[in-house]
Design a protein around this ligand. Sequence first.
Ligand SMILES: *Cc1c(COP(=O)(O)O)cnc(C)c1O
Ligand code: SF4
Length: 370
Amino acid sequence: MRIFDPAPTAKSPAGDAHPGPGTVSASCHTVAEDWKTILAQAIRNPGELCRLLELPETWAEQMVQAARGFPLLVPRSVLPRIQKGNPHDPVLRQFLPTEAELQPASGFSKDPLEEQTASPSPGILAKYSGRILILTHPACPVHCRYCFRRHFPYAEVLRDKNRPEPSVDEPGGALRLVPRVVDYLRSHPDVREVIFSGGDPLLLDDQAIEQWMKSLGAISTVRRVRYHTRMPVVIPQRVTKDFVNILKTSHLACVIVLHVNHPREIDSGVTEAIGRLRESRAILLVQSVLLAGINDSAEILAELYESIGSLGVLPYYLHQLDKVSGAHHFEVPEERGREIMEQLRRILPGYLVPRYVREVPRAPSKVPLI
Ligand SMILES: *Cc1c(COP(=O)(O)O)cnc(C)c1O
Ligand code: SF4
């Protein structure tokens, strides 16, 4: 397994405890303006995270152990949303490596969804009818400890042995998949929707996104493009005017599925970014993962869907945790999940209630749990 460095242009090497120019190291409330700089200056050093969040420095040691293979990664734009000195903070816990990750758990594996067998061509996952998922960018802006792709061998799945090409973090690499996907779509006219996933597709820059949209827009059988992304929430500065314009001017229908688990992730920067996204005329949805100790309560989820719903983003899926090794301590029993769903239906209007689902390998769609 290889986890990519999320910031190919990063000036500071991984593990650098000192932020580069443009930030004030003494305050975690000062972040750069430009999303690429924010990404490059993300925190990768457990000791630095402990210092900035006033956590016991001894924690850094267990973090180093737990983060082996799936490193700590938290952009500074997230820090103001975390309460200092609180190891149980619901935002922090999503990103904080802990010893629990090292304990074995039966039934948890490295590829719980058997995704590695669903790839007809490097970078393309064709599991469901009428839509394909594309691994547009292998990296993420943040490393969520419960991620089902935490062991995903991106390098292998993206590599085409017959056509050696630059990888996404080399010049020209970001678009290397375009011809392959276009070929696939031309020979599969039943595919109506292209889902950009990753990693996070919004790590591609606006030029690359524009090129993708143009190439897909030229295929008459493709109607919709969907983005599965955490970027507008993690680094809201990513929602640039150019990005909004690219979506707005494309004739393809666009759907953006954000990933948010807790209401505290939505601060004023995120609120503004969602406001900008609405100008793109894309359909805006939110998906969440049900996580023990983070959002496994109807009150918290109701608050999440109320507040994001008021911004014009409707709930999509509430996912049962995928059984990926290292994440067992985040699992909520399905029985409890169903109880929460029942309560949500009582508290919220129907349009603010998500679909509670889990993924079953080789099933023809996500499987509803209630
Ligand atoms: C969830 C998922 C999709 C999309 O499924 P929808 O039900 O349309 O949201 C597509 N491909 C993969 C690999 C998925 O996991
Ligand atoms: S942003 Fe998504 S793909 Fe990336 S680590 Fe988090 S859950 Fe996984």
